[in-house]
Design a protein around this ligand. Sequence first.
Ligand code: PMP
Length: 308
Amino acid sequence: MATKLPRMAFFKDRIVPYTEAHVGLLTHALNYGTGVFAGIRGYWNADESKVLVFRLTDHVRRLHESSRLMRMKLALSEEATARAVLDLLRAEGLKEDCYIRPLAFYSDETIGVRLHGLTPALSIVAVPFGLYIDKADGAHCTVSSWRRPDDNVIPARGKITGSYANSAFAKSDAELAGFDEALLLNRDGFVSEGSGENIFLIRRGVAVTPSLNQSVLEGITRRSLITLLRDELGMSVEERPVERGELFMADEVFLTGTAAQITAVSRIDHRPVGSGQLGPVTEKLRTLFFDVVRGRVAKYRGWCTPVE
Ligand code: PMP
């Protein structure tokens, strides 16, 4: 998927043309994966002629929490980071659905792997964005031979750039073998998540998702959907270890994330999930989710920050 380059970037406390935001080859984060990032969606609301940013403060909070894992002291507060996202969006001027990428990274141009005595920098860019997984109605997934790093290897709760080498291993092996996405098991052999998504399954009217101690990212879409499943669809949601075999016996499986939104899984390792068709809970939840993110549900309007 080719990404159209942005016009502008927030870079080292200023908004500059994207082409002027450079890092040197020795940049610590580029060499050692010592960065943390966020992926946020902005949804174009045509009625209001505005982009609505979904759960901006939650994404900014997770970025700052992830930065603490990396011993980073970010110059901007959470409030100032959120303001910088909105300033950048105003400067970029997108009038369509978009993806926003804040990145806090150790910017020192120096040799030596460590987390201390380094200086973080913050960049933010935004690009137009559509579907991340084309087959949103039914992806074919495989259980990867790669395991998700354990919390004592690199905590999966945080969104650390270096961890994404693991996601890249799994995603490429899956795609090159003809699948749409990889599902990773954790150290103990329980289901953790997709290469860039949390996972839910529906069985006998109950929704199940791996608990946060199963080597998963603390997904903001995951948290939003737990609320919608419980409070709007009246379903019970279990957060617990999930066995691989449960995936194959589920009525419905779907992946959730900022990029993937709600992507139905129709097959796993050549076995149909449930009927193999888009399931009723997935469909209902997805319709509700899109109403929420586009700002059409008053109760959840607080999750949407308009770019004024
Ligand atoms: N897990 C991983 C590994 C991810 O990269 C993502 C995407 N950020 C998610 C889960 C979903 O998280 P969120 O809903 O906050 O985007």
